[in-house]
Ligand binder design. Structure first.
Ligand code: GI1
Length: 448
């Protein structure tokens, strides 16, 4: 007798996107430039010279895309606000046309029975604020709280789920340590200060929400479980460092009010002495946490890789995605159980999960066949069901992504979408994974 895989009543079935990756028209109707406008137009930084100038043209095709969501039976849609579309200089003047775009999108979603889940910051900081120091400037917490309050006052009557930040780790590691994403810095001393100001900003926005919000607000972390490559003490220590750097550097301050002790040793002289009052702001209680899960990392000691002194060990015996990530669904339940055991019963949404696979060129038929993505989706949803059965309070799942889109500096070649996008015609075509997801949604999981 196989146990039913039905998900709990009220569980949300969603898909996720982000403004700069899908909208296009980045400077339309009075919008100001973001740091991604600058980064993407800097020669040599983007694969194939791809930019978000058009992307999926969602700014103009949003009504069509909401109908695509309805066709799948989605009950929720996670998307981000382009901060500089609403506040062109980042603070002060509000661009009514920018705000109106998001109000119309929210109203359209609600008319189609789709719950909006709104991310305030998905990496596209207004360029005008970067000119004032960006996340290196302690004032960034106030700038973000001001922007958040504008959005709460405009849309909180219709938006039941808000998140402050998407994946602060990626901003810190990619934007300030490795330079692989905007603003493209490579500075060990900047990294922990940016972590701190991002978390301060999130806390300030949550505090602003408590003053007038009527619904729920959280924050989104990418969590990647780390497994030692061997039982050697050096590998176990390296695994602990990698876990602190990528995971608890962010979850512990927000959910426990302290940074992991390992960070001071990891950053050394670059580790600042943060005022205790800052941690009180950062630890503002959240109503839920979004977790983005894609893969795991097997870790070995590597003294040649400062500051982490750790390296990933390829698991060549297993399927990998086009972004080089191992398909490892066990890591999802390991992560969710770890999260619950460490932080208790804070509700969780799986706010991103998906894979880029090479979708072979296909005749322009009604469906793009993507068997590897179907398998990835099924593996992870079955595992999510196991985690819920084990007592983890998971309230929803968001496939990354609704559409093939701009995979940041990797460009358009990495395709994560449930819908294939022909970027020369903007034609959307459902992939087999979209149809399978629709079937799973229609049965509330029983069809898994
Ligand atoms: C480090 O992987 C992260 O969990 C992660 C993966 N992803 C993300 N974060 C971002 O939130 C999305 O904007 C990306 O498009 C998506 C696919 O790469």
């Amino acid at each position: 007798m196989t146990r039913s895989l039905r998900f709990p009543d009220g569980f949300l079935w969603g898909a996720a996107t982000a403004a700069y990756q899908i909208e296009g028209s980045p400077l339309a109707d009075g919008a100001g430039p973001s740091i991604w406008e600058r980064f993407a137009h800097t020669p040599g930084l983007m694969a194939d010279g791809d930019t978000g100038d058009i992307a999926c043209d969602h700014y103009r095709r949003h009504a069509e895309d909401v109908r695509l969501m309805q066709a799948l039976g989605l009950t929720s849609y996670r998307f981000s606000i382009a901060w500089s579309r609403v506040l062109p200089e980042g603070t002060g003047r509000v661009n009514a046309k920018g705000l109106d775009f998001y109000a119309r999108l929210v109203d359209d979603l609600l008319e189609h029975g789709i719950t909006p889940n709104v991310t305030l910051f998905h990496w596209d900081l207004p360029a005008a604020l970067d000119d004032r120091g960006g996340w290196l400037n302690r004032d960034s917490a106030d700038w973000f709280a001001e922007y958040a309050q504008v959005m709460f006052r405009a849309l909180d009557d219709r938006v039941p789920l808000w998140t402050t930040l998407n994946e602060p780790w990626v901003v810190v590691d990619g934007g300030y340590l490795r330079g692989t994403i905007a603003p493209g810095h490579r500075n060990l001393y900047e990294a922990p200060r940016v972590t701190h100001n991002l978390l301060r900003a999130s806390g300030a926005a949550v505090a602003a929400y408590r003053a007038e919000g009527r619904h729920r607000i959280g924050v989104v972390f990418n969590l990647e479980p780390k497994y030692p490559a061997s039982t050697r003490q050096e590998d176990r220590d390296a695994t602990r460092r990698a876990h602190a750097y990528m995971n608890t550097q962010f979850t512990d301050p927000v959910l426990r009010g302290v940074y992991p002790e390992a960070l001071a040793a990891l950053y050394g002289a670059a580790w600042p002495d943060f005022p205790a009052a800052d941690l009180e702001c950062i630890r503002q209680p959240v109503d839920f946490v979004g977790i983005n899960y894609y893969t795991r990392q097997v870790v070995r000691d590597d003294p040649t890789q400062p500051p982490l002194r750790a390296a990933g060990v390829p698991q060549r015996q297993r399927t990998h995605t086009e972004t080089g990530w191992e398909v490892y669904e066990q890591g999802l339940i390991d992560t969710l159980l770890w999260f619950r055991d460490r932080y208790g019963t804070v509700p969780v949404y799986l706010t991103e999960n998906g894979a880029a696979f090479y979708d072979p060129p296909q005749a322009a038929g009604p469906v793009v066949e993507d068997p590897l993505r179907v398998d990835y989706l099924e593996r992870h949803l079955k595992t999510l069901r196991r985690a819920i059965d084990a007592g983890v309070d998971v309230r929803g799942y968001y496939a990354w992504s609704l559409l093939d889109n701009l995979e940041w500096s990797l460009g358009f070649a990495k395709r994560f979408g449930l819908y294939h996008v022909d970027f020369s015609t903007q034609r959307r075509t459902p992939k087999r994974s979209a149809l399978r997801y629709a079937q799973i949604i229609a049965s509330h999981g029983a069809a898994l």
